[in-house]
Ligand binder design. Structure first.
Ligand SMILES: Cc1cc2nc3c(=O)[nH]c(=O)nc-3n(C[C@H](O)[C@H](O)[C@H](O)COP(=O)(O)OP(=O)(O)OC[C@H]3O[C@@H](n4cnc5c(N)ncnc54)[C@H](O)[C@@H]3O)c2cc1C
Length: 247
């Protein structure tokens, strides 16, 4: 396939059934943290492609953070990959969901549902956010505790970058464990719990938000942010919110 490199699966971590991180060896796509590539598999006579954010730091072996969509055309097949199996990874990455397009702000909020955490893990594995922002808040909303992937890495970063990073996990379908908020991001924003856990206020004068993942989260959060004066950022009309919808 032209424009693709062969990447072999070298490592796999299953966080829960249908939620995994896959690491590949081979030529690493050129990308900036936050960008995505097409991933291709030949299935029978057909090449099936879907786009995935890279969770690895640029230059490191490519890492994907995946959920299995039941009945999906590609993702169930990615979950069947065994060590040594190959996929096609697009050689050049795409997308504008990168820190380059985020205006300067004191506080950076990285708000994800599910696998929407992937681009943020990539960004946090680079130096840029640590130089640019005095406070970084990672909000990760999932259904069950087992889906709080990368929690150990994030807690290590919290300790290393004290007091810059706050990690705010939310679980919507289980009673919350200590340090985890129950319910959805929207409810936690309205109740004030989100900002209490983050240790900073969300305010237009200080904050920029990057939202990633489930389009319903982005749709529901947008008017709440808007009401607080946090509006969509556009190159020609600067604002406070950038987002990437996964479907
Ligand atoms: C810019 C971008 C980056 C993406 N990055 C990732 C990523 O890092 N990890 C990842 O798992 N997916 C990611 N996706 C989604 C991915 O491209 C596929 O849509 C997904 O793997 C389903 O493909 P499929 O062929 O199995 O299902 P399809 O037959 O294409 O079914 C698509 C349906 O699956 C559901 N769906 C799609 N993605 C997800 C998801 N992540 N979580 C829950 N439900 C979903 C939606 O209902 C969608 O309508 C990204 C999408 C975009 C647009």
């Amino acid at each position: 396939m032209s424009g693709y490199v062969d990447a072999r699966l070298t490592q796999r971590h299953d966080w829960a059934d249908g939620l995994a991180t896959l690491r590949f060896e081979g030529e690493v796509p050129h990308f900036v943290a936050g960008q995505w590539v097409n991933v291709a598999l030949t299935l029978g006579a057909q090449v099936v492609r879907r786009v995935y954010s890279l969770a690895s730091a640029p230059g490191a072996p490519a890492e994907l953070f995946l959920t299995r969509v039941t009945g999906g055309a590609l993702s169930p097949h990615l979950f069947e990959l065994k060590l040594g199996d190959a996929v096609g990874l697009e050689r050049v990455a795409h997308g504008f969901f990168t820190l380059q397009y985020v205006p300067d702000a004191e506080h950076l909020w990285l708000v994800a549902t599910g696998t929407g955490l992937a681009p943020f893990i990539s960004m946090l594995r680079t130096d840029e956010p640590w130089h640019r922002f005095t406070r970084i808040v990672v909000v990760h909303s999932v259904r069950e505790h087992a889906h709080l992937a990368y929690a150990a890495e994030l807690r290590t970063l919290v300790a290393q970058h004290e007091p810059t990073l706050a990690y705010v996990p939310l679980v919507s379908r289980e009673a919350p464990q200590a340090g985890v908020i129950a319910g959805r991001i929207t409810a936690a924003l309205v109740s004030g719990e989100l900002e209490r856990a983050a240790g900073v206020e969300l305010a237009p004068a200080t904050s920029h938000l990057m939202l990633c993942g489930n389009p319903d989260m982005i749709r529901d959060l947008t008017p709440l942010l808007d009401a607080r004066g946090l509006v969509r950022h556009r190159v020609r009309k600067p604002g406070h919110v950038t987002f990437e919808k996964y479907w």
